[in-house]
Unconditional design. Structure first.
Ligand SMILES: *[C@@H]1O[C@H](CO)[C@@H](O)[C@H](O)[C@H]1NC(C)=O
Length: 378
């Protein structure tokens, strides 16, 4: 595990996109779904989902995006009806680039959880991305750790408080030993420690290696906080001004109204077929395009609570709650790159990160739009 985490970490220091380090190690060899190659359609007039508040966005070609006709209220076979409110919600993802490209339906069992997490009817308040001063005061840092990564987490938290002595940091315990919890509370007075309570979530959300906890914790935190910076437990900040630099990057992008930003790049271009049955996409070729694509690393990233974020989180959480969407058969963090890294499935998968990246790329069609590259800070 340690080695796998070191890959993206060293990569940041390397400033170069090539020479990715994961190829060296892999442990298991099981059966994998074949990679899928979907031809990229030439659609200058990008269309977005009717429910998608991004419909104001102008496409990269400068043509205003025309929303497709609204779907019927019951969403046909894709609808899930709330026992609580009687309202029906759409549980089939539609490729924002192609309104007839519709994914497999997620289980309606998960609707109760979405309701609890405020992901189907979120009344706001939402973030005004242009209000940098207010946002930078409200930002909260969030991480999660289990016993086996405890030492890395203390290094990470210690570095954080060194540069941000008054920062707000919430550490979620993934079943941490009480001794560890007491120690970390003693060492960092401004640190808030919370237990990640999986009651009500499927049992497999406790398989930490599948990283389902990350979207779930973020959704829980988003009920309370509107500016959130996630840090994986091994991320260690090495330079000052991380908050200033983030909001400087946001201010430069503010017109695009992008509310979720990845903070550095890693490249794992091919997704297992299973994921794409839920999330059909036109963007596979973009993942291989060095100028617009990349699969960005979401081991540290920023989220602002906006209507669009709530929509993305709905699908991200549905995937996390599904047995195979977030952990397709054979998924593992170690990659095995073949001769052609763009066309041979490297048998690795970044779980939560791969899904979030796909959802954003499907919308924005260019990874640069949701990248603030401050990887050099870590
Ligand atoms: C849109 O999706 C449908 C269904 O998957 C597919 O048949 C069609 O070719 C796609 N259109 C474009 C322009 O990619």
């Amino acid at each position: 595990m340690k080695k796998s985490m070191r890959g993206p970490f060293l990569f940041i220091l390397g400033v170069t996109f090539s020479g990715f380090l994961f190829s060296i190690h892999y442990t298991r060899d099981r059966d994998y779904d074949d990679p899928i190659s979907i031809p990229v359609a030439n659609v200058p007039n990008q269309r977005l989902n009717p429910k998608n508040p991004l419909s104001r966005v102008i496409s990269s070609t400068g043509i205003e995006i025309v929303p497709p006709p609204p779907a019927p209220e019951d969403f046909g076979n894709c609808g899930c009806k709330s026992e609580k409110t009687g309202k029906t919600y759409n549980f089939c993802y539609t490729d924002p680039q192609n309104s007839t490209s519709i994914g497999k339906k997620f289980s309606c069992d998960h609707l109760k959880i979405l309701e609890k997490l405020n992901l189907v009817e979120n009344p706001g308040p939402f973030v005004d991305l242009s209000d940098t001063e207010k946002n930078s005061k409200e930002i909260v840092f969030v991480s999660a750790v289990s016993d086996n990564h405890f030492n890395e987490a203390t290094t990470s938290i210690s570095a954080f408080f060194k540069f941000n002595p008054n920062g707000k940091f919430i550490l979620y315990s993934l079943g941490l030993n009480e001794l560890y919890i007491n120690n970390v509370k003693k060492d960092f007075k401004n640190l808030e420690v919370r237990e990640f309570d999986t009651t009500g979530y499927p049992d497999y959300t406790r398989t930490w290696m599948e990283y389902r906890f990350k979207p779930l914790i973020l959704a829980e935190v988003m009920k309370e906080f509107s500016n959130i910076w996630w840090m994986d437990a091994h991320i260690v900040v090495k330079k000052p001004k991380m908050i200033e630099l983030l909001y400087k990057g946001l201010a430069e992008n503010v017109k695009s109204e992008v509310p979720i930003y990845f903070l550095f790049i890693q490249a794992i271009p091919i997704l297992p077929h299973y994921v794409l049955t839920y999330f059909p996409t036109n963007s596979i070729d973009l993942l291989k395009n060095e100028k617009r694509g990349f699969q960005l690393g979401a081991n540290t990233f920023f989220v602002a609570r906006t209507e669009y974020t709530v929509e993305v989180f709905k699908w991200w959480i549905l995937c996390a709650l599904d047995k195979t969407c977030m952990a397709p058969p054979g998924a593992q963090v170690y990659c095995k790159f073949g001769k052609d890294r763009n066309n041979e499935f490297a048998k690795c998968f970044r779980f939560d990160q791969s899904i979030l990246n796909l959802l954003l790329l499907n919308n924005y069609q260019d990874a640069n739009k949701y990248l603030i590259n401050i990887g050099y800070l870590f």
